[in-house]
Design a protein around this ligand. Structure first.
Ligand code: AMP
Length: 230
């Protein structure tokens, strides 16, 4: 059975973390436009040099570039399906995606904005393999809901558990850039939700108020209860 998913939510919601876990558990391919773009920058390819300034500023890379990446990656994806992380980011991309593939469901992550900055500042990634960690220790009650998000730290401080690579902060996880990314999300990305709802796409709303294992379990259960997984 094939499942084609989008994981949607603001920067810092945990899209990358959950989609990496879903990739493992479900045998589907995680397609992260952000990961692909960062890799291009790191390798200093022609494309990487061209797009670096967009990532540094926290604004969207031109649509035609990311659409091409997504087309290519979907063709390469597992026959079991894929999960799109960070795409689509605006209505134009959402409409372009309709011409590329059908989507079975949107996992819509719900998390208060107040927590995002703390989570983004606490994020660390492996500079070698991209594995995601977080030093933020969040335990807060917002609108009567407890958000208990313990740190996700490696066994040895600053060293990736998976590959031994050094952990770093993402270049765009700085307060000014984070603020711009959140504004870009609100202005360009959030309208996709209404668009997809009006099209009758399957929505899976997931509250992000616990550690990743719990969130991933919620996602898997929701997919099962909708008959999207066997
Ligand atoms: P992310 O890793 O998803 O937070 O993406 C990091 C950065 O990559 C964003 O701030 C954008 O500059 C760029 N980016 C990632 N995905 C897209 C997309 N679908 N459209 C345009 N730019 C993107």
């Amino acid at each position: 059975m094939m499942v084609r998913l989008i994981i949607f939510g603001p920067p810092g919601a945990g899209k990358g973390t959950y989609s990496a876990k879903l990739e493992k558990i479900l045998g589907i391919t995680k397609i992260s436009t952000g990961d692909v773009l960062r890799e291009e920058v790191k390798r200093r390819t022609e494309l990487g040099v061209k797009i670096e300034k967009y990532l540094e500023k926290g604004v969207l890379v031109p649509d035609d570039i990311v659409i091409e990446i997504v087309k290519r990656e979907i063709l390469r994806a597992s026959p079991r399906g894929f999960i799109l992380d960070g795409f689509p980011r605006n209505l134009y991309q959402a409409k372009a995606l309709e011409k590329i593939t059908t989507i079975d469901a949107i996992i819509n992550l719900l998390i208060p904005e107040e927590i995002l900055i703390e989570k983004l500042l606490g994020r660390r990634i492996c500079s070698r393999c991209g594995e995601i960690y977080n030093v933020a220790n969040i335990d807060r009650i917002i609108d009567g809901i407890r958000y208990l998000l313990p740190p996700l730290t490696p066994q040895r401080e600053g060293v990736c558990d998976k590959c031994g690579g050094p952990l770093i902060m993402r270049e765009d996880d700085k307060v000014e850039v984070i603020k711009r990314r959140l504004r870009v999300y609100k202005e360009y990305s959030e309208p996709i939700i209404e668009y997809y709802r009006s099209k009758g796409l399957e929505f899976i709303d997931i509250l992000v108020n616990r550690e990743p294992e719990v969130i991933v379990r919620r996602i898997v259960n929701a997919l099962k209860s909708r008959g999207l997984l066997t």
